[in-house]
Write a protein that binds this ligand. Structure first.
Ligand code: FAD
Length: 394
């Protein structure tokens, strides 16, 4: 009997990284269609006013992208980390500010709650996060960015509560969030082993959201300081173990940076979409500028860059979902995709000519937005340090 070689071959082969399951494809397409219809008309205004449209946030909850990995029993989507990556990519293709709102919600805050929250914490917070509560992640301070564990925010135990004092800086979603993961040190003498993660609600006494930064890019996304003046936090709001906050931070950020990779590939794809459309329409020397071979080669190079960075991001995300090591791959995807985003957005500005330089057209914003990918959730230097460490095993 003849063997069916084709079937056998297909069954044993791993699918292509960019091959989406039916469910993944439908999810990605529905998020992109939403972004195109509901977000695109608001992008310029939100950028100019440095504010996310409130009604849009409610629609994001309705769409199901604010609780992607939350188990269905808590009202979430019960989907994978890879789904979060697809959502962030699809949204960032239209607006990277909305991309990062959804990214922090899913890949940092909800991710940490699912991984480190006990049953009580999950019961109290996950249903709210799936329905209407926005989350933020407060690690950085004025004096501790790359050296995150040099943080000086303190927590002391008093009267059956934790009392937090200090100041956080650069906190994404600060304006919109009602739940904040806040890292504070309970025993500075123990160094990073004193760092503990706390869940702080907006209304807790002694907590205020301070000034909002006026930024170069992702202007609609709020970036705020957080002030803690003897802020009282119930003991039940420690996330993970006391003194193990450094683990919560490291492990969530390792995953979170894949989300930033997703934001950057979405941005790069968005810039390329605009460049292709414009160069086919704009005529010089009697023909569309896309007909010049020099322009075609620039577009081809950009498309190759976007595809390569998408492969890196999808690979890191799929490794994470398969519970395989992904640290180096996550660092690589962030380094590469953020550089590609800057390069492709810059090319898009060039190909739009003078129109690329004015706010009436969409590409100057993407060029400004791209810069942040090399800074937050670990700068490029810090990612390279992680990659190199594994490479030479020190
Ligand atoms: C828009 C925005 C949103 C943000 N959102 C959040 C958030 O939600 N939550 C949060 O906690 N933080 C957030 N951050 C903070 C962000 O993660 C930090 O800005 C980032 O980690 C860099 O820290 P820093 O700004 O202190 O820069 P520094 O650490 O002072 O770095 C300055 C430069 O020195 C280089 N450098 C530092 N150390 C080394 C080294 N060892 N080797 C080589 N080079 C080095 C860096 O690569 C960088 O180029 C946000 C920042 C911005 C701008």
């Amino acid at each position: 009997m003849e063997r069916d070689v084709t079937t056998q071959h297909t069954e044993t082969m791993n699918p292509a990284l960019t091959a989406l399951s039916e469910d993944e494809r439908l999810f990605r397409d529905s998020v992109y269609e939403f972004a195109d219809r509901e977000i695109r008309p608001l992008v310029r205004e939100m950028d100019e006013h440095a504010k996310i449209d409130k009604a849009l946030v409610a629609k994001l909850f309705d769409l199901g992208v604010m609780g992607i990995e939350i188990p269905e029993m808590f009202g979430g989507g019960g989907a994978s980390f890879f789904h979060s990556v697809l959502a962030v990519e699809a949204l960032s293709r239209v607006d990277p500010s909305i991309g990062v709102l959804v990214d922090v919600q899913n890949t940092l805050v909800i991710n940490a709650l699912i991984r480190w929250g006990n049953d009580d914490i999950k019961r109290r917070y996950l249903p709210k996060m799936a329905a209407s509560t926005i989350g933020a992640y407060g690690l950085s301070e004025a004096g501790s960015g790359s050296d995150a564990f040099a943080l000086t925010t303190r927590a002391v135990e008093r009267g059956g509560e934790w009392i937090i004092t200090g100041r956080k800086l650069w906190i994404t979603n600060g304006n919109e969030a009602d739940l904040f993961i806040v890292f504070a040190n309970i025993n500075p003498e123990a160094g990073y082993r004193g760092i503990t993660a706390f869940l702080v609600e907006r209304g807790f006494p002694g907590f205020t959201v301070g000034k909002k930064e006026d930024k170069l890019g992702i202007r609609a996304s709020s970036t705020c300081e957080l002030l803690f003046e003897e802020c009282r936090v119930p003991k039940a709001n420690v996330l993970g173990e006391v003194g193990k906050g450094y683990k919560v931070a490291i492990e969530t950020l390792n995953e979170g940076r894949i989300g930033i990779g997703a934001q950057m590939i979405g941005l790069a794809q968005g810039a390329l979409d605009h460049a292709i459309k414009y160069t086919k329409e704009r005529k010089q020397f009697g023909k569309a500028i896309a007909e010049f071979q020099a322009v075609q080669h620039q577009l081809a190079r950009a498309a190759t860059d976007v595809e390569a960075s998408r492969l890196l991001v999808y690979n890191a995300a799929r490794l994470r979902d398969a519970q395989q090591p992904f640290l180096t791959e996550a660092a690589m995807c962030k380094v590469f995709s953020s550089e590609v985003a800057e390069r492709v957005a810059s090319l898009a500005v060039n190909l739009f000519g003078g129109n690329g330089f004015v706010k009436e057209y969409p590409v100057e914003k993407l060029y400004r937005d791209a810069k942040i990918g090399q800074i937050y959730e670990g700068t490029t230097n810090l990612q390279l340090q992680t990659i190199a460490k594994n490479l030479i095993a020190i």
